[in-house]
Design a protein around this ligand. Structure first.
Ligand SMILES: Cc1ncc(COP(=O)(O)O)c(C=O)c1O
Length: 461
C-alpha cells in the first residue's frame, strides 16, 4: 500500500493559475472538508464541462465520476438544457412565488404531479434536498395539529439515513460522524434497522428484510399513536455507502405506515430522475407515499431547485380563513425559481426519451456488467454494491481487516484517479461511482478502467 497521505501545494504538479489558487486558499471554506487537509492537496479548479467531462483551468480533462455530487443527468453544457435556460433567461430570471406564480413553475408542478399519476398533486417548491425534507416534516407535524391529533409528534427513521445537514434533517438522519456533535440541538427520533441486500449486474446475492420489518412492527405497535411520520430513502441509501434494499421493502414499509396511520415521507433526492432507471422510484414499487422529496437531478444538475409533493387531503387540511392560522408559514426567497423550473421541464422531457427508448436500461446493464467484471473477487474490494447507475466499492486490506483511518486510502485512490483523468469522491474507504446518465458504454468502461488503474497504483495486488 502507498505511504500515508502527504501532499503540499508546492509539490502539486500544475494546479490552477495563481489568482484562482490564491483566492481559493485565502477565502473559500469548502463543504465537508478538513480545510487543513484540503489546503495541502493539489487544487483542481474546474473551468468548463461538456457531456460527462470536466476541464480544469490548466486544460486537463476528467470524467465526472460522481456526476458533480450525484446531480448531473444529461451531461454538462447540454445544448437542449442550455437552450431552455436561455429561453427563460430572455423572459425573467427570478420572480417570487410568494403571492404570485409564473408559467414554468405552474407547468413543472403539474408535470411532477403527473409523475405520481395524480397521487401527489400538490407541490411545494424550495431550493435543495435538505429544505425539501424539512418541509415534508413540518407539513406532517402541522397536519396532525390541524386534524385534532397534536400528540402525533414523533418521527421514525430508517437507520443509516442521510437527509441533509440542517437541524431537522440532522435530527432524522443517522450519519454518525457527520452530525453527532450537534445531537444536543436535534429533536429525538426512533430508528429501525435497515434490511440487508447485496446486488450487482442486476443479480441479488443476499437479501433479508425480516428483522427490519419485525423491528418496525414492534415500534409502530408501541408508538404509532404518538408518531407523525416515518422517513426513509427508498431502494438505495446513498450517503450510507449505497446500501441497497430488497425489492418490495418500500412497499412493505408503506403498508405498515398506512395500517398505523403514520405518514410516510419518501426522500428520493438521490434516487429519482433516472439514477435507478426510472423517473421516480416510489411508483415503480407501487407506492404512493404521503410526501415525496425531490432535488439534485430535478434540474439535471444545473440549478438548485427542490420540490416536496403531498397528497390532496393533506393539502386540504391546511385550508381555512386567514384568521384560522392554518396556512403553512414556510418559504424560501428563491422558491420555485423560474430558471430552475424551465431546466427541470426540459430535463424531464429528455429523460422520458432516454427511458422510453430503452437507452438508459442498456447503459445500466452495461455498467453492472463492467463493475461486476472488474471488482468481483478483487483482492482489495471487500464488498461491491451496484444498482442503476450507482456503485460502491468497500476497500479493505487483501488479508482482511480495515485500513487505519489516518491512511486515507479512499482519498488516496481518488487523488490518483485524477492522474488518470477521473474525478471521484470517497466516503471513508468506500469508493462511490455515480456517473452522469449520459455516459456511453465506452465512457462507462473508461470510468471503470480508470478506477481499476488508480486502485492498482495505490493498492498493488
Ligand atoms: C437522500 C438525500 N436527501 C437529502 C439530501 C440533502 O440534499 P442537499 O445537499 O441538496 O441539501 C441528500 C444529499 O446528498 C441526499 O442524498
Amino acid at each position: 500500500m502507498g505511504a500515508a497521505l502527504q501532499f503540499s501545494p508546492a509539490a502539486a504538479p500544475g494546479g490552477p493559475g495563481p489568482a484562482v489558487c490564491e483566492a481559493d486558499r485565502r477565502h473559500v471554506w469548502h463543504p465537508f472538508a478538513q480545510m487543513q487537509e484540503y489546503l495541502a492537496l493539489p487544487p483542481v479548479a474546474i473551468a468548463s464541462g461538456r457531456g460527462g467531462w470536466l476541464t480544469d483551468t490548466e486544460g486537463r480533462t476528467y470524467l465526472d465520476g460522481n456526476a458533480s455530487v450525484w446531480t448531473n443527468v444529461h451531461g454538462h453544457n447540454d445544448p437542449d438544457l442550455n437552450a431552455a435556460l436561455v429561453r427563460q433567461l430572455g423572459r425573467v430570471a427570478h420572480s417570487t412565488m410568494l403571492g404570485l406564480t409564473h408559467p414554468v413553475g405552474a407547468e413543472l408542478a403539474a408535470e411532477l404531479a403527473a409523475l405520481t399519476a395524480g397521487g401527489l398533486p400538490r407541490v411545494f417548491f424550495s431550493d435543495n434536498g435538505s429544505t425539501a425534507v424539512e418541509i415534508a416534516l413540518k407539513l406532517s407535524f402541522q397536519y396532525w395539529q390541524l386534524t385534532g391529533r397534536p400528540g402525533k409528534t414523533g418521527v421514525i427513521a430508517l437507520a443509516g439515513g442521510y437527509h441533509g445537514d440542517t437541524f431537522g434533517t440532522m435530527a432524522v438522519g443517522d450519519s454518525g460522524g457527520f452530525h453527532d456533535r450537534f445531537r444536543t440541538w436535534c429533536f429525538a427520533r426512533e430508528t429501525f434497522p435497515a434490511p440487508h441486500c447485496r446486488e450487482w449486474a442486476g443479480r441479488i446475492h443476499g437479501s433479508d428484510m425480516t428483522a427490519s420489518l419485525a423491528a418496525l412492527r414492534t415500534l409502530l405497535a408501541a408508538r404509532a399513536a404518538s408518531t407523525a411520520c416515518l422517513i426513509m430513502e427508498p431502494s438505495v441509501q446513498g450517503a450510507a455507502g449505497m446500501q441497497l434494499q430488497p425489492p418490495g421493502f418500500l412497499r412493505a414499509v408503506a403498508e405498515l405506515c398506512r395500517e398505523h396511520e403514520v405518514h410516510l415521507i419518501v426522500d428520493e433526492v438521490f434516487v429519482a430522475f433516472g439514477r435507478l432507471g426510472s423517473l421516480l422510484v416510489s411508483p415503480e414499487e407501487g407506492v404512493t407515499p404521503d410526501f415525496l422529496c425531490l432535488a439534485k437531478g430535478l434540474t439535471a444538475g444545473y440549478l438548485p431547485l427542490a420540490a416536496t409533493l403531498a397528497r390532496e387531503d393533506i393539502y386540504a387540511a391546511f385550508l381555512g380563513t386567514y384568521e384560522s392560522h392554518r396556512a403553512f408559514y414556510h418559504g424560501h426567497t428563491f422558491t420555485g425559481n423560474p430558471l430552475g423550473a424551465a431546466v427541470a421541464l426540459e430535463n424531464i422531457r429528455k429523460l422520458r426519451e432516454l427511458i422510453g427508448g430503452g437507452v438508459l436500461d442498456g447503459r445500466i446493464a452495461h455498467f453492472g456488467r463492467a463493475v461486476g467484471a472488474a471488482f468481483t473477487g478483487h483482492p482489495h474490494v471487500r464488498a461491491l454494491r451496484q444498482r442503476g447507475l450507482t456503485a460502491a466499492l468497500d476497500l479493505a486490506p487483501a488479508g482482511g481487516g480495515v485500513f487505519p483511518p489516518g491512511d486515507r486510502v479512499g482519498l488516496q485512490v481518488c487523488l490518483r484517479a485524477r492522474d488518470h483523468g477521473l474525478l471521484l469522491r470517497p466516503l471513508g474507504d468506500t469508493l462511490l461511482l455515480v456517473p452522469p446518465l449520459c455516459l456511453t458504454p465506452d465512457e462507462l468502461d473508461q470510468l471503470v478502467g480508470r478506477t481499476v488503474r488508480a486502485l492498482g497504483d495505490i493498492l498493488p495486488a
